[in-house]
Design a protein around this ligand. Structure first.
Ligand SMILES: Nc1ncnc2c1ncn2[C@@H]1O[C@H](COP(=O)(O)OP(=O)(O)OP(=O)(O)O)[C@@H](O)[C@H]1O
Ligand SMILES: [Mg+2]
Length: 252
């Protein structure tokens, strides 16, 4: 192989997926890597969900099928909240191009539901908002590798396993569900105020391809967006000043 071949920039091989915010795409050398999973983390109200709205809106306008998985049962509220910041998802839902799925955390079948929907739905973009409560549902060990609760295991009254190793396996399993071919995903994670971690579970940041950190400086009344990590992408680490308006996230 010629040296020239080896030196070809990786970006020439990686297809990019637009985030829906042109300035963010520029900062990401064209967008998110196709098939990547990006963790959008931040404190409450930092704009994580709105960033996901931009991402799905962009996909819808490109004719892509999109899925929004939420553990918040007030799906209609999310749709209303989106409309407030300029994204009217209703026509897309009616057309069948966008699906909202409520993950009922009291049901032991949520993983199966997610897996089946993702496998059969032919989605190009998936949002899981948020990973935190899903990753905190108790998991049971069944056999050697199966750690996700199934009806059988629950009926047999096995005890939940609570260890870092199990949590890691569980989160890895959830994240790998989103890593379907031709599909690009965003996953949100809540960080408690004042925490220095990149996610609440402190594990998912190592398993994803990218991390976008949404930050609020309440004393200065300012918001920042930081690209903390993006595999195969040259990007700045500099915090970017942003605002949230009735049109969503705007870079200053
Ligand atoms: N029309 C608007 N104009 C200005 N700011 C707005 C507007 N709508 C929402 N916001 C701001 O956006 C925030 C909500 O953003 P978003 O729901 O994306 O946050 P989040 O990080 O997902 O929060 P949570 O952790 O609670 O899910 C509000 O707290 C508010 O500060
Ligand atoms: Mg949110």
């Amino acid at each position: 192989m010629l040296n020239e071949d080896i030196n070809i920039s990786k970006n020439e091989y990686i297809e990019r997926v637009n985030t829906g915010i042109p300035r963010l795409d520029e900062l990401l050398s064209g967008g998110l890597p196709k098939n990547s999973i990006t963790l959008v983390s931040g404190t409450p109200g930092s704009g994580k969900t709105i960033l996901c709205f931009h991402f799905l809106w962009e996909g819808l306008n490109r004719g892509e099928r999109c899925l929004y998985l939420t553990s918040d049962e007030r799906v209609t509220n999310i749709v209303k909240q989106a409309k407030e910041v300029g994204f009217d998802f209703t026509p897309w839902i009616e057309k069948g191009q966008l699906k909202f799925i409520y993950l009922d955390l009291d049901k032991s079948s949520i993983h199966k539901e997610m897996e089946e929907e993702i496998r059969n739905g032919n989605y190009s973009r998936i949002v899981l908002d948020s990973l935190t409560p899903v990753s905190e549902v108790p998991v049971w060990v069944s056999g050697v590798h199966e750690i996700i609760p199934s009806e059988d295991v629950v009926e047999n009254k096995r005890y939940p396993v609570d260890s870092i190793a199990t949590t890691r396996l569980h989160i890895r399993r959830i994240i790998s569900m989103l890593g379907k071919e031709n599909c690009t995903a965003m996953v949100t994670s809540e960080i408690p105020e004042g925490s220095r971690s990149l996610s609440r579970d402190t594990i998912s940041e190592f398993l994803v391809d990218g991390i976008i950190l949404m930050d609020i400086d309440t004393t200065m009344d300012r918001r920042k967006l930081i690209i903390r990590k993006m595999r195969a992408t040259k990007h700045t680490l500099k915090p970017q000043d942003i605002i949230i308006t009735e049109g969503g996230i705007k870079f200053l």
